[in-house]
Write a protein of this length. Structure first.
Length: 217
């Protein structure tokens, strides 16, 4: 049966070890409501590997007989987020050598994957633009392409990247068009900059948006 690895916390406030009293500590292990330093928690021989290199992290973890997950609490998101691992120094050295040996091959693979992702993104943006033109046949084609590119940008969190957006749901596509019109064809942004609350600003430009959408329909 798989066992969860030890959990190490990067504390947001000053903590001292409940056993040796050393502090303040950059990393602690929490046990029964008390904080312990890595040495007292028998993890002091491990070294910190920050997150960011997936291959190095995976290989270091596989080569290390003992490893721990390092997390830090994100107050804004109200959750703990992974910061990296603690691994054996020898395991990290072996992983670094292994990654260095096949660095060129991995770089070529990443380049191929980037090309494939770009092609898929381009196809999706074209499909999104086509759906805009189906719903709003009098929308200028260049404008439809611009709206689609903006809404479907990978990693943007915009409506085009939502599940509904990827499914080309009519409501999601319309929402993307409405947002574009709100920002580019009305005084909405200027109202926000002048201190008008968002809900009131939206109400003030609602008729202008409706007129543009009616013209495009």
């Amino acid at each position: 049966m798989a066992v969860d690895p030890p959990l190490v916390v990067q504390p947001l406030r000053r903590r001292s070890c409940a056993e040796c009293r050393r502090g303040p500590l950059d990393m602690v292990v929490l046990e029964h409501g008390s904080a312990y330093c890595l040495d007292c928690a028998d993890l002091g021989h491990l070294v910190f590997l920050p997150r960011g290199d997936a291959a190095l992290t995976r290989r270091s973890r596989e080569a290390s007989s003992l490893w721990a997950v390092v997390v830090r609490h994100n107050r804004r998101r109200t959750r703990y987020e992974r910061q990296g691992l603690l691994v054996e120094e020898a395991a990290l050295a072996r992983a670094e050598a292994s990654c260095l040996a096949d660095a060129d091959a991995r770089a070529r693979r990443r380049a191929r994957e980037a090309v494939r992702r770009a092609a898929r993104d381009e196809e999706f943006a074209a499909a999104f633009a086509a759906e805009i033109l189906r719903l709003f046949p009098y929308c200028p084609r260049a404008r439809a392409r611009a709206i689609a590119a903006h809404a479907s940008l990978r990693g943007s969190g915009r409506v085009g990247r939502s599940a509904a957006g990827r499914a080309l749901d009519e409501g999601a596509v319309t929402a993307a068009v409405r947002a574009a019109v709100r920002h580019l064809d009305t005084e909405y942004d200027a109202l926000l900059m002048s201190g008008v609350p968002r809900n009131r600003a939206r109400a003030r430009v609602a008729d202008a948006i409706a007129r543009v959408l009616a013209r495009w329909s």
